[in-house]
Design a protein around this ligand. Structure first.
Ligand SMILES: Cc1ncc(COP(=O)(O)O)c(C=O)c1O
Length: 428
């Protein structure tokens, strides 16, 4: 919130810190991005993806460390300067009026953030909740589903650990049964993947957990097709959208899922410690709250929000992240992220000893892809990339693979450095 505006609201006795009170353009850099989008005019997302001048202006909105090239945006991403400024300003403003803010203003501001996020995600604000991350969102669902002993949950070995252990805990406590698919998904086409899930469904199957983007490889799974198939069999679907939200342009209802969780600090470039939970309205009543609650009706999404006192200033800065993403445009963002990935993959794919594990088709991958060098341990490749070339990556635990997660601020020069480094390492 701009200082002059804050003073105005103070004088007016209105302490709202939320989006309505924030200045339209919180920073010069965001203004420049906005001006750059105007220059793009009607250019298609694919044409815009090639406009380096535009993406330089996007890069200018970030304060990036010159110490290394960051290709590990999968854990969490930097916020643009305008976003981190908003966090700091709101933290200070709340610190001046601490309990007063929490008691008198928080509810209104949170409602406003819900409305903004719901509209960004394409759903009703009665179906979404602000959380701290995907782990919290999906634990609320997995731990709260009303399952009986013997009921089956179906998920793949490539699901994220926090969700697997939540289902395993339910098996240990209550005797639900986990049916775990061990599919070679990188070498299967989407129809084969959907068919494999269908084949694994039994009369006891109640729920499927599936990632929209697999964290190990970046592979995009056909979640909508899996949801449609599962619904025909009377099975509900939880989608782990940790890597997909604000990375792919899909709105949550496009996926036809019953439950969805994502971390906003990953591809949405929002404050660290922000997440989203979506539950289709008619399903809310079917899920027990994780934290005891008596304040809301059993069909209210707010019954899941009873987490105690938390740093509200993080969520308040979501308005800024939404504005940043909307200024760029999600279709444009998705096209650029895919272009960046293709840029390095195309230059490495035929190099001797180099293996790219992730499917290359446009609908099966976007920003994230994996690469390895035959005969070399991925941890050694990761270390060599950092120690010799100052390129930061991670071995995600997929055999032979180093995961490459660039971002919208990545420029071709950095990709060229990476390609040259990999060629050198593959030749040793
Ligand atoms: C697929 C997937 N799900 C969930 C998570 C957990 O995210 P968070 O730690 O933000 O809850 C991750 C983290 O990388 C992930 O890759």
């Amino acid at each position: 919130m701009a200082d002059s505006r804050r003073d105005f609201f103070r004088k007016a006795g209105n302490l709202t810190l939320g989006a309505a009170a924030a200045s339209i353009w919180a920073s010069d850099s965001l203004q420049k991005v906005h001006a750059a989008t105007e220059r793009l005019g009607q250019a298609s997302p694919e044409a815009s993806a090639l406009d380096e001048q535009f993406w330089y202006s996007v890069r200018g909105a970030f304060n990036l460390s010159p110490q290394f090239i960051n290709f590990e945006n999968g854990y969490f991403s930097p916020q643009p300067e305008a976003g981190i400024d908003e966090v700091c300003k709101n933290a200070r403003a709340i610190n001046e009026i601490p309990s007063f803010y929490m008691r008198r203003q928080l509810v209104d501001d949170t409602r406003e953030m819900h409305q903004l996020l719901a509209s960004f995600a394409g759903c009703s604000d009665e179906e979404i909740l602000l959380t701290r991350n995907t782990t919290e969102s999906l634990n609320i669902v997995i731990m709260g589903l009303k399952l009986q002993p013997g009921d089956e949950a179906l998920w793949g070995t490539y699901e994220y650990g926090s969700m697997k252990v939540a289902f395993e805990q339910r098996a240990a406590r209550e005797g639900i049964v986990n049916k775990v698919l061990d599919l070679p998904i990188t070498s299967m086409d989407n129809d084969e993947i959907v068919a494999a899930y269908k084949k694994a469904i039994t009369p006891r199957t109640k729920v499927i957990l599936v990632s929209h983007i697999v964290y190990l490889t970046g592979q995009v799974l056909p979640v909508r097709e899996i949801c449609d198939m599962a619904h025909e069999q009377g099975v509900e679907v939880i989608v782990d959208g940790a890597h997909a939200f604000a990375h792919l342009a899909d709105k949550i209802p496009d996926l036809h899922c019953d439950y969805y969780g994502a971390s906003l600090h990953k591809w949405m470039l929002a404050p660290l410690g922000t997440g989203i939970l979506y539950i289709k309205k008619e399903n809310i009543d079917k899920v027990w709250p994780l934290f005891g609650d008596a304040g809301y009706a059993s069909d209210s999404i707010h019954k899941f929000a009873h987490i105690g006192t938390y740093p509200a200033y993080l969520q308040l800065a979501l308005a800024e992240a939404i504005r940043f993403n909307q200024t760029i445009g999600l279709e444009r963002k998705e096209a650029r992220l895919r272009y960046i990935k293709n840029y390095w993959v195309d230059r490495l794919i035929d190099v001797p000893n180099i293996v790219v594990h992730t499917p290359r088709e446009a609908h099966r991958s976007c920003a994230i892809s994996t690469v390895g060098i035959k005969g070399q341990d991925p941890a050694d490749v990761t270390n060599a990339l950092y120690d010799k070339y100052k390129i930061f990556t991670v071995p995600p635990g997929y055999p032979g693979a180093v995961r490459i997660c660039p971002n919208i601020y990545t420029i071709p020069y950095e990709l060229d450095m990476f390609v040259a480094a990999m060629k050198e390492l593959a030749a040793t």
